[in-house]
Design a protein around this ligand. Structure first.
Ligand code: ZN
Length: 348
């Protein structure tokens, strides 16, 4: 069968193989036919050779961690043939650490977790794959192709879950949320904020292209200037750019008792001037919290599936700016300036 692969650590090794083996039954009882795979920055980093790890005993890693498929057979009866399904990306470490032991593999403490399409597990960019029931998430049948957004939505469902838990340290009645960065992750963060009834603000450098209208369609206010020029102090900030200046301004701008969730990954190597004393003074005197968030556990995947089912399907569909047939796979990994989410289409 066909599979999109790389040799991790070798730039330019991206290939579409047509003789990749069928998924082994050890991968799981549920056999799934691939419908689509979403592409994100992590895939590009793996293709450039900066990241990624092949499964033990092989050189090749199948890409793809944002999956949408249709169940072909499930002898366990967990799902029915024809059901839409996504595969949970991260599997717990084998030790396991205290968090993995209770299913909170998103909070793995020893780094020995594995991840489909990223770290030591084959990805979903192959025509068929298998899942164990505990890593299979069924999707509402009406979702169709936008179900491919489940993985990035799960990452934001986790961020919001942790914001809620941190908020519980005191009386917590947030009214305003600012999302910095209007890529797919940022827009999905804004969607979840709007579903919570918050006044949502989205900030991004882009003044053209689809981002302002997509934010507007959620009822969010769109900003394209610097964070420190905003005329209000957000109760919650979800930082999705990873840009050092934006990160720093977000930490300084959040309202007293506010929460800043850092969800953007910086590349590092860029230095900016920082008055660490002034920042510390603000955080202490305002009881602010800054925390990092990555990945998602099963609870978050299920919350994300509910959030997508509740969302405007046309809005979700407009996040997918390009659908690339498998035969033209290489172009899917070269996003254009106006792309939000590019999807590799296994049905074309
Ligand atoms: Zn662990």
């Amino acid at each position: 069968m066909r599979a999109v692969t790389v040799i991790p650590g070798v730039p330019g090794s991206l290939r579409l193989l047509d003789d990749y083996p069928e998924p082994a039954t050890e991968e799981g009882a549920i056999l799934v036919e691939a419908l689509a795979v979403g592409i994100c920055g992590t895939d590009i980093e793996i293709i450039e050779g900066h990241y990624g790890e092949a499964p033990p005993g092989t050189d090749h890693l199948v890409l793809g961690h944002e999956a949408l498929g249709r169940v072909m057979e499930d002898p366990t009866g967990t799902l029915q043939p024809g059901d839409l399904v996504a595969g949970i990306v991260r599997h717990p470490d084998p030790l396991p650490c205290p968090n993995c032991a209770v299913g909170e593999w998103d909070m793995c403490r020893n780094g020995m977790f594995t991840e489909h399409g990223i770290k030591a597990l084959p990805g979903f960019a192959r025509q068929r794959w298998r899942l164990q029931p505990r890593f299979a998430v069924g999707l509402h049948p009406a979702l169709g192709e936008v179900g491919v957004l489940l993985e990035p939505t799960s990452v934001m469902a986790k961020a919001w879950d942790h914001i809620d838990r941190i908020g519980q340290r005191a009386e917590w009645q947030p009214r305003t949320a600012l999302v910095t960065g209007a890529g797919p992750i940022g827009l999905l963060a804004a969607l979840l904020a709007s579903q919570r009834g918050l006044a949502v603000h989205v900030l991004d450098l882009a003044t053209e292209g689809p981002k302002p209208a997509l934010a507007g369609a959620l009822g969010a206010t769109y900003h394209s200037g610097p964070v420190d020029q905003l005329d209000f102090e957000p109760d919650i900030i979800i930082e999705c750019t990873g840009a050092p200046v934006v990160v720093l301004e977000a930490m300084c701008k959040v309202a007293p008792t506010g929460i800043v969730c850092l969800a953007g990954v910086s590349t590092g190597g860029r230095t900016i001037e920082l008055d660490a004393g002034a920042l510390n003074r603000t955080l202490v005197l305002e009881n602010n919290v800054v925390f990092g968030s990555v990945n998602a556990n099963r609870r978050h995947w299920e919350a994300a599936a509910e959030a997508l089912a509740r969302a405007d399907q046309a809005w979700l569909g407009s996040l997918i700016t390009r659908r690339v047939p498998l035969s033209e796979y290489a172009s899917a990994y070269s996003p254009g300036p106006e792309d939000i989410k590019v999807v590799l289409d296994f049905t074309a």
